[in-house]
Structures are given as C-alpha cells and as structure tokens.
Ligand binder design. Sequence first.
Ligand code: AMP
Ligand code: GLY
Length: 417
Amino acid sequence: MVLGSGAREHAITKTLIRTGTPAADIVVAPGNAGIASDARTEASLNPNDPAAVTAFALAEGITLAVIGPEAPLVAGVSDALRAAGIAVFGPSKRAAELEGSKSFAKEVMAAAGVPTGMARECQTLGEVEAAMNDFGAPYVIKADGLAAGKGVIVTSDREAALAHAAKFIDMGILVEEFLDGQEVSLFFLSDGKTVLPLSPAQDFKRAYDNDEGPNTGGMGAYSPLPWLPAGFVEEVERTVAQPTVDELARLGAPFVGLLYCGLIVTDRGIRVIEFNARFGDPETQVVLRRLITPLASLLHRAATGRLDDGPSANFSTDVAITVVLASEGYPETPAPNRVITGLHEDEHVHICHAATALSPKDLSGEPELLATGGRVLSVVASAADFKTARELAYANIEKISLEGSHYRRDIAAKVAN
Ligand code: AMP
Ligand code: GLY
C-alpha cells in the first residue's frame, strides 16, 4: 500500500512495478487519475486518518505500507499502522519532527555534530531583527513548522524578510546564516540503525528560469550530479545521515523511512539546510527512475530493521531529468479544473501525475482529463546523457496542452553539453 496522491507516489508506484512488484499487489490511497491507470487506487480513503488507514490496511491484509507525504506522518498514521502489526516505511510522528520542527532538527544536529548553518530561534520580531543584524544580508528566515513549502524566504530585502517573519511569528522563526553554494538532495533509506544511500539529485525550487520568482514545491530535477566530488555520498553518510539516525535512536525515536538530506556544498564544506522525513518531490521521479534494485525489497527491509541484510541500492548509469508542468497562477493561486491533453509515454519518457482527475462521464462518451491543482504532472525522461534526456523531456512536454500552464526551460541545462 502506498499512501499519497502526487507525482512522487506515482513514481514510487511505477518503480515498484518496473522492479518486479506485480501491479495487482499494489494499492494506492487515494492516488490520482494517472496512478489509477497503473495500479488499483482507493480514492475515498483519507490518508491522514490513522484509524481509517489502519482499518483499511487490516481488511486488505497489507504487508507493507509506504507513506509518501509528510501529512500522514505528522498525523500519526505510521504509529497507528505499526501498533496494528503492519510493516511501515515512514517514521513515527515523533521522528518526523525532524521535518516538522526546524528547531528540533537543529537540536538533533547539534547533539550529533552534524554540520549546518548557524541559526537563532526567535519568538518576537525584535529578536528577528537583532538576529538579522548579526548575520547580515542576504537574510534567511524560516517558519518553525510545516508551511507547505512556503515557510522559507531568502532575500536581501530587509522589509520583505521582516514581513515574512511577521506572517509566521506565531510558529516561531529561525533566522539562519546565508549559505552559498550548489544545492544537493540526497536520500537515505533508514531502518532506525542502518542507512543506505540512494543517488544524489538536484531540485529546482524557484518558479521561473534562472532561479527567479517565488519558491515552489519544486519545478524539476535531475540525477545523478556529475559535478560532485568523489566520495561525496560516503561523506554525507558518515557526517550527516548516520549520526542523525543514531541520535534519534538514542532519543528513543528511531527513524524508519526516508531521510531526505537537503544540503548546500559551500567552500567550507557540506552543510545541511533541511531534513525531510519522506521522499522529495520531484527528486524521487529522477532518482527512482534510475534504480535497478527491487524497490519493494529495499523498503520492506527498511521497515523491518533488516537493511544491513542484503544488497545496497544500485543505479543505472543512465541519467534522468524531470520537468514539472504547473497550472496557470502556480504557486500563488493555481487555476483548477482545466482540460489537459496530449500526454504520451514511451520506453524513455514517463509521466507521473500529481494533480489530475477524470471529469464525470457524460452520455456522449469518454471522460476528459482535468488538471486540478498547482503542480499537475512531471515529465520524466531517461537516456545515456543529459543532452538526449533533455531533448526527450522537452519534446514531450511541448506536446501537452493545458491553457495557461508553465514550466521551466532550464532544468539540467548546465550539465547538458
Ligand atoms: P528549506 O525549506 O529549508 O529547504 O528552504 C527552501 C530553500 O531556501 C532551499 O532550497 C534553499 O534554496 C534556500 N535556503 C534555505 N536555507 C538556506 C540558507 N541557510 N542559505 C541559503 N539558502 C537557503
Ligand atoms: N523537492 C523538495 C521537497 O520535496 O521538499
């Protein structure tokens, strides 16, 4: 069983099937129109309701629950499933605080000696201003709680920084030093003791080309990152992932699931800018596209404390890129329920749906596919090199027709020569 309804969950579903899980053995709740064409979906199940999810899982005889988004984690769905004896890939509510509370993440990093930016917790706007004066511009202001990807602002505009802090002051604010460098997303599977790295990816967080415009959930990604130094993954495992998982175990909150390390590679070394307690979206679409090892077995070993018993995660030397198609108005006010056409898949180009639904059938025939939200779908292309993968992805997305939609044209541009 996979919980969630985004392109990430569609990528997980496609990868399970591609690496050997029979489609008939998978159920995705609630899923979306695209996922429903690959596997069974349970559209009426609320993934954030621990009792309902557990009752469903028991009735269906589910042997592994994979939790996609953060909301069910925060709602305690993993805890309820585990209490019912079901193997769960997804951390407990307490361990998921690593994502939900930036101040908890900072405490864990401090105790574990994990390198991260200097930061100060502030409860009042006066404290925010004092911290801004101490750290200097550009200012990095973070809401200390889940804010659906909209809690962070990085700006040299003092007034904009203060206005952002004012908006989220009730959650508490973290003012952080600005870290300059390339961003890397590196995922680790964790069984609470042992970690296994996946392959690095880079996410494009801003809405428009050249990293302009507002922050979004992510507009595209590519994997691997050919410019990383040798030994990078091992260094992050040794200095970030393993000490963090060890510290959470010591606190009595073992982390079982996907530890997402959001990193900046600065002149002074690797720094953590955030942890997430789940697969990243859209990075998952490219990372899992390259996975060779059977995914179900990796996730099940993590869920049952057996990651040290079996192969590590192996990846194709092929590269992957994904470009996200967004509705008009995303990220501020996405236009809902417009008809989308022109979707094609083949061996090299896959489409992971995020916000799609079928319109109700009328008497005249087939239902139409509707784009129902901000990030509508991810076009994922794989090839031997980035130039070819980019050409495939962009040729495919250009054929999709959705009024007012937009996408970035510079995903992986700098690695495609
Ligand atoms: P977060 O939600 O913490 O990942 O922050 C969202 C985005 O803000 C990140 O992907 C970075 O692009 C940027 N960011 C966060 N923290 C910093 C920092 N300390 N220095 C520079 N940029 C940052
Ligand atoms: N792509 C960033 C995230 O999933 O949080």
